[in-house]
Ligand binder design. Structure first.
Ligand SMILES: Cc1cc2nc3c(=O)[nH]c(=O)nc-3n(C[C@H](O)[C@H](O)[C@H](O)COP(=O)(O)OP(=O)(O)OC[C@H]3O[C@@H](n4cnc5c(N)ncnc54)[C@H](O)[C@@H]3O)c2cc1C
Ligand code: SF4
Length: 330
């Protein structure tokens, strides 16, 4: 492991200034992803800037009825917060579906959004990988890709984003706020992750050296009736092979409002807008739910060994929406 410096920062301006002065420096949240990648040589920062003492560890209501979640809130505190559980239950469920209790005690909101892909070629520095070493190729296209993307990928990279939390945030139109030396900025989650294209190493639209300060959830009454469902190869402590975050408001048997996002299918949490268009105003029944899933998955381009994900995601969307619709009529 390469030698590196370590420093704690206690104010946002100071944190941003350190990264501005030292391009080899990286922010350290819980370290549950960054430190692992440093041990394998995938990441080689010259300095770690520990952000956990920044005053960004609060979850607060916003004046318009939403919630503001600080970047250093741990995954455990996020999942346990009463307002998150009451107003955005799928977010709490998504966080609890990830990692383990010990990891969630360490992992932060900012770090979760920026965690890297679990593609085995990316984490093995002896292998080619366009994301880690631009221009070196993507062995996953012809090789091991059973858990890779079916939506929005390119021949340059077919990896998926591993975050569970991000899928619920995508469903609820979260906005990421950040700070740079030039001042604050914000990015809706739909714009936060860049399309893969031919630059899979450029993952987000964050300016260089930006510190994520938090995530804002706009008010969304429909989110109170929401659910996160994750399919994985083990019952716990495993990344998703497919997941769904959904919220559904049914009135007189008709879909009045809906939010739907898919996980482990693309390089970013995938907001299912085509499905939402089919659902809105339609009868809340199995036929509509299947048609909505098909509308979204018509864009799927599976690889030879991950076609199963198309069926999996169709069934998952229909199952979760059916459960939410049944609950709405009770
Ligand atoms: C065994 C294991 C199983 C896991 N299973 C799951 C799972 O099922 N689902 C899931 O979603 N996740 C899972 N995870 C991933 C885990 O959730 C992430 O490692 C974690 O959320 C990262 O948060 P962190 O604070 O530790 O980030 P760090 O490791 O500290 O940082 C990650 C990245 O974010 C950057 N960063 C951190 N904070 C900021 C900030 N405020 N501003 C700008 N950049 C920042 C760092 O520089 C780094 O690039 C698992 C991890 C492990 C080790
Ligand atoms: S899928 Fe992406 S991360 Fe995996 S080997 Fe290809 S370029 Fe690298």
């Amino acid at each position: 492991m390469k030698e590196f410096g370590y420093q704690r920062v206690s104010d946002v301006a100071g944190a941003v200034a350190v990264l501005g002065a030292d391009p080899t420096a990286r922010f350290l949240g819980g370290g549950t992803n960054l430190v692992d990648l440093m041990k394998t040589g995938v990441e080689r920062p010259g300095r770690l800037v520990d952000v956990r003492q920044l005053p960004l560890d609060q979850i607060e209501p916003t004046s318009d009825g939403g919630l503001r979640i600080g970047a250093t809130v741990t995954n455990s505190d996020l999942a346990a917060h009463p307002e998150v559980r009451r107003r955005y239950p799928a977010l709490a469920q998504a966080v609890l579906a990830g990692a383990s209790g010990q990891l969630r005690n360490m992992a932060t909101v900012g770090g979760n959004l920026l965690q890297r892909t679990r593609c085995g070629y990316f984490t093995d520095v002896t292998k080619a990988c366009n994301k880690r070493a631009p221009g070196s190729g993507c062995p996953a296209v012809e090789g091991e890709h059973h858990n890779h993307a079916i939506l929005g990928a390119s021949e340059h990279c077919v990896a998926v984003h591993p975050s569970d939390m991000g899928v619920a945030l995508a469903a609820f139109d979260a906005v990421v706020t950040y700070e740079t030396a030039d001042g604050p900025g914000e990015l809706p989650l739909g714009w936060f992750y860049l399309p893969v294209g031919d630059t899979p190493h450029q993952e987000t639209a964050l300016p260089p050296g930006a510190l994520i300060t938090g995530v804002t959830l706009p008010p969304a009454p429909v989110a109170a009736r929401s659910r996160y469902r994750k399919v994985r190869e083990r019952a716990s402590y495993a990344f998703a092979i497919g997941s769904v975050a959904a919220a559904l408001d049914v009135r007189d048997g008709v879909v009045h409002d809906v939010r739907l996002a898919l996980g482990a299918v693309a390089s970013r949490p995938w907001r299912a807008r085509a499905a939402e268009r089919v659902l809105t105003g339609a009868p809340a029944d199995g036929g509509t739910f299947a048609a909505a899933a098909d509308a979204e998955l018509t864009a799927a381009r599976p690889l030879p060994r991950n076609g199963y994900k198309v069926t999996l995601m169709r069934n998952l969307v229909v199952a979760v929406l059916t459960e939410l619709a049944e609950e709405a009529t009770r």
